[in-house]
Design a protein around this ligand. Structure first.
Ligand SMILES: C[S@@+](CC[C@H](N)C(=O)[O-])C[C@H]1O[C@@H](n2cnc3c(N)ncnc32)[C@H](O)[C@@H]1O
Length: 258
């Protein structure tokens, strides 16, 4: 990954680690339940959680598998995840720092790889998927969840600007058709797919990334100035003085290695 993008990710997440551990949107949800159900059906022993953040997915999988490796680019995030999982009594989780595009594991060493709410930060999704394919054993599965890209180009450009102003390490969210092309190119076959909606509470969402009051006001003005159809595409809820929430879609994919 480019040094600039690595720095952006580490700057953004290094200071927000505690907020990701306590984030209710990350701690639970229909998306995590679905990944876990897919994982339970695989009965894999060895799980790699790529871009573990506060460790919520690693923790959930620690309850159904023998060994989990929680992997992340941001060391303070990994330390926060370790503290979180130790406090929850998860003794079967190891922690490794590094980039999704350069996994320091042997070929075929995992039955399942999870990657939740993270790939939109990867500078090179194709490189990360090739690495995931390499470390999965034949017959192993990638369980992926991420923000779904919007089909309408104007709505897509609008939400990208909102995301980038809140978090400069946001690269892009991909549409299902793009995900399928990436996965196919990396040698993984999509076996199951699912989509859900997630409501973002504006105050919590902007606060988690430590936006300054000025930057937040400027972002709110940007949202108000945007065409109504862009706001409607994400169900933005506004009052006269405040932005309350918006809703985006999440894609979930199970893709197997032949
Ligand atoms: C929103 S958090 C992930 C949430 C977590 N997966 C969960 O289920 O709660 C995004 C994480 O991606 C990590 N990250 C971003 N780019 C990465 C990369 N190229 N390689 C590894 N981790 C990365 C960040 O450091 C951050 O901790």
């Amino acid at each position: 990954m480019s040094e600039a993008q690595t720095r952006r990710v580490q700057d953004q997440f290094g200071g927000s680690a505690a907020a990701y551990v306590t984030s209710p949107l990350h701690a639970a949800g229909e998306d995590l339940d679905r990944l876990l159900a897919w994982g339970a059906a695989r009965r894999g022993d060895r799980v790699l959680d790529v871009a573990t953040g506060g460790g919520h997915t690693a923790l959930a999988f620690a309850g159904i598998t023998r060994r989990v490796v929680a992997y992340d680019l941001t060391e303070p995030m990994l330390r926060a995840a370790r503290g979180h999982l130790q406090a929850r009594g998860a003794a079967n989780v190891g922690f490794v720092a590094g980039d999704a595009g350069a996994l320091p594991f042997r070929d075929g060493s995992f039955d399942v790889v999870t990657c939740r709410t993270a790939a939109h930060h990867f500078a090179d999704v194709g490189a990360a998927l090739r690495q995931i394919h390499r470390v999965l054993r034949p017959g192993g599965a990638l369980l992926l969840q991420d923000i779904l890209g919007h089909d309408d180009s104007e709505a897509s450009a609008f939400i990208l600007e909102v995301e980038k102003r809140r978090d400069p390490s946001h690269v892009r969210s991909y549409r299902t058709v793009e995900w399928k092309a990436f996965l196919r190119a990396s040698g993984l076959t999509v076996m199951e797919e699912f989509a859900i909606y997630k409501v973002r509470q504006w105050e919590e969402w902007t606060g988690r990334m430590r936006m300054t009051p000025e930057a937040r006001l400027a972002l709110e003005a940007f949202v108000r100035r945007a065409p109504e159809r862009c706001r409607a595409a994400f169900d933005f809820k506004l009052t006269a003085n405040a932005v309350l929430s918006f809703t985006d879609r999440q894609v979930l994919l199970r893709a197997d290695r032949d």
